[in-house]
Ligand binder design. Structure first.
Ligand code: PLP
Length: 465
């Protein structure tokens, strides 16, 4: 076996930013799935917003490293040294991908949820947190568990300008003390892009800090922490084509350095000794990453994220965005031709979006519709409230606290569905998947389902007979 040489950053060719590019190679592009009506078809993965397929490049990088896998920060052997170097290089690659400032820290976590819970755990005492109720639950919920924190949930704005104005008013009236704003970069429900730079400016005007939930933005657009002037960024590997169980929290070191470690254990502790009174003296690491990465780090997950960062950077976000815009335009035009389809939107039809779109179909329960897309057309989308219950219920015209009616495939014609269908795509999506999706929606709306469906374990599934 030859000695492993890790993937490194390579220069990008200069290209015309208006050029689109072919889809990036992803695993599963040639998977075929059975249809309930007979035969099989190539699977159209249109649920990237939940988890995107692995980039082939990520898979290849991980496979090349796998034989050299070893413990990180805790071994004298060659493979431990190599793995430690790889882990730290991955940190540097992520810092470059996010345009981190010199004193920013990159912490590897399990996911965006984990990253935001970590930040919630290090808030200074008495922090006031401001968050719109349109957020994903990962951004909405961690703060109320933070000791001594006071959370203000702002009502979902109907325009980007309203978002900035509402934040301005809320922060203006807030008492002195540490403040944090948490905002999403792109909605996991509507795909709409939030005015992050302006929200950051508003936050900073009032002495607040801001964390960007980039779970849905980072796979689609460059996220530059310095240019956006946000204090922290969180994202997940599995939505960035790197499904190996890692996520990232990057940003300002001070709150992280001053707080107790997120997890107590090996790696976070520098020395531990018994005291004469029988207790333990623990000296925690002051290095921010070590302090909050207790336990054996997920080196494969970190390396996979770094590999994805390199792949997207080298492909060129300008070209990926150009391609995504073409697919989005085709998708929206196709759905606009079906009068029974209503696309959900907070900011209106003209707002900037990434490749995530939710809709309802008149007379259909969304779970039934999504089940038929899968069983009869081999198309994988998501149905439900997308872990953003208050937002989806608001967009569907129900009160945010209204209980959802998920799963029943028997909505009477014209009945309002209390859940929605989400279609989402990205760098690996071929044009054909969008064309097939529009055609399947058109046919389903026109002709109805060809099969019977029933609810099993809360899911809508084809009946066996
Ligand atoms: N934030 C947003 C906007 C999301 O869409 C998601 C997941 O869908 C999350 C946070 C949580 O990500 P994860 O499940 O990887 O922790």
């Amino acid at each position: 076996m030859t000695v492993f040489s890790p993937a490194t950053d390579t220069a990008r060719e200069s290209r015309d930013a208006r050029d689109s590019c072919p889809p990036l190679p992803v695993l599963g592009h040639d998977v075929r799935v059975p249809l309930v009506t007979g035969g099989e078809v190539g699977y159209a993965a249109l649920d990237y917003a939940a988890s995107a397929p692995a980039l082939q490049r990520v898979w290849d990088d991980v496979a090349a490293y796998a034989p050299y896998y070893g413990s990180v920060h805790r071994g004298a052997g060659y493979l431990s040294q190599l793995s430690t170097d790889l882990f730290e290089q991955s940190r540097a690659t992520v810092a470059a991908f996010l345009g981190c400032r010199p004193d920013d820290e990159v912490i590897f976590t399990r996911s965006t949820t984990d990253s935001l819970n970590l930040l919630a755990a290090v808030l200074p005492a008495g922090t006031q947190v401001f968050v719109f109720d349109s957020e994903h639950h990962a951004s909405l919920l961690p703060w109320q568990r933070a000791e001594g924190a006071q959370v203000t949930w702002l009502t979902a704005p109907r325009t980007p300008e309203q978002a900035v104005a509402a934040l301005d008013v809320a922060l203006h009236g807030a008492p002195k003390g540490p403040k944090l704003v948490c905002v999403t970069g792109a909605s996991n429900v509507t795909g709409e892009v939030w005015p992050v730079r302006k929200l950051a400016a508003a936050a900073h005007r009032h002495g607040a800090r801001i964390v960007l939930d980039a779970a849905q933005l980072a796979p689609h657009q460059p996220v530059d922490i310095a240019a956006l002037d946000v204090d922290w960024v969180a994202f997940s590997g599995h939505k960035l084509y790197a499904p190996f169980g890692s996520g990232v929290l990057a940003g300002r070191p001070d709150w992280l350095r001053d707080a107790e470690p997120y997890l107590a254990g090996g790696g976070a502790s520098r020395t531990v000794a018994r005291r004469t009174d029988g207790g333990l003296d623990v000296e925690w690491h002051t290095s921010v990453a070590a302090r909050h990465e207790a336990g054996s780090p997920n080196v494969i997950g970190a390396y996979a994220i770094a590999s994805a960062c390199r792949a997207l950077t080298e492909a060129g976000f300008d070209r990926l965005i150009a391609r995504e815009r073409q697919l989005l335009a085709r998708l929206r035009a196709g759905l606009a031709d079906i009068p029974q389809v209503r696309v959900l939107s907070l900011f209106g039809a003209d707002s900037a979006r990434v490749g995530v779109l939710s809709f309802v179909v008149d007379g259909w329960n969304s779970s039934h519709f999504a089940a038929a897309l899968s069983a009869e057309y081999g198309i994988g989308v998501r149905d439900g409230l997308f872990c953003a219950h208050p937002l989806v219920r608001t967009l569907l015209g129900g009160e945010p606290d209204e209980p959802g009616a998920c799963g029943a495939p028997d909505a009477a014609p014209g009945e309002r569905s209390l859940n929605a269908i989400r279609v989402s795509f990205g760098a690996g999506t071929p044009d054909e998947h969008i064309t097939r999706f529009v055609s399947a929606v058109t046919t389903l709306v026109r002709d109805g389902a060809q099969w019977n469906y029933r609810t099993e374990n809360g899911r809508c599934v084809p009946s066996r007979d």
